[in-house]
Design a protein around this ligand. Structure first.
Ligand code: GLN
Length: 230
């Protein structure tokens, strides 16, 4: 009898291009999506993707409503208390963006009395909280990245804190923002399972990632979204 392939439920962000986003047909694509599918193929498992939003996906993982999360999720010491992470698969880091027409905000020093948009539950949000008193700005939160960019574009927020590869990609897709700071350190992406749970899935992710790095498939996936130059 044919063995049925094990299927895992995976939570992700609603939109975090180039890692997860919907293509014209409404399918979820991006580096995370293609990587996870390719790893599943390599290791013999299937996935069902649940685009819940970043914070909701992390909460769903904590309460075992999903088996894993892949969402450009940064490996942090705090999160390691609650989750087990795969080997890192992408180097990131938080940057600050402002409207491309803004010539007055050039760094954190120019944020006094201003409003910074962040996404709930993210490293960018945490970073904003950690420096807001020092620089004297207010923080306003959003559930997803596109609403956050819209708010800066509309002039309600003066700046946004976002992961470098995501903000840089959005700018190439004509989101009218510009980067004004260098990447903050820290922010390697990992695939997460709940602590002590789904260890076989975590092992398959790591084994598959190693295989895809060795056979060139991982590079191909990255190039599909970032181009050869990056
Ligand atoms: N890398 C960031 C974090 O883990 C943001 C992830 C996201 O917005 N999908 O907090």
């Amino acid at each position: 009898a044919a063995e049925t392939t094990k299927k895992y439920i995976i939570g992700t962000d609603v939109t975090f291009a180039p890692f997860e986003f919907q293509d014209k047909k409404g399918d979820f694509v991006g580096i995370d999506m293609d990587l996870l599918k390719a790893i599943g193929k390599d290791q013999g498992f299937e996935v069902e993707i649940k685009p819940l939003g970043f914070n909701a996906a992390v909460q769903a993982l904590e309460t075992d409503q999903v088996d894993g999360v892949i969402a450009g999720m940064s490996i942090t010491d705090e999160r390691k208390q609650k989750f087990d992470f795969s080997d890192p698969y992408f180097e990131s880091g938080v940057v600050m963006a402002v409207a491309d027409t803004n010539d007055t905000i050039k760094g954190y020093d120019d944020l006094k009395g201003k409003t910074v948009a962040v996404k709930t539950g993210t490293q960018g949000a945490e970073f904003a909280q950690s420096i807001k008193d020092k620089y004297g700005f207010k923080v306003t939160t959003f559930d997803d990245s596109s609403n956050m960019y819209e708010d800066v574009k509309a002039g309600n927020s003066d700046a946004a804190f976002e992961d470098y590869p995501v903000m840089a990609y959005a700018i190439t897709q004509n989101v009218p923002l510009k980067l004004v700071t260098d990447k903050e350190k820290g922010g390697q992406y990992g695939f997460a399972v709940n602590k002590g749970k789904n260890q076989e899935l975590l092992k398959m992710f790591n084994d598959g990632l190693t295989n895809l790095k060795n056979n060139g498939e991982y590079e191909k996936i990255q190039n599909r979204y970032l181009g050869e130059a990056d």
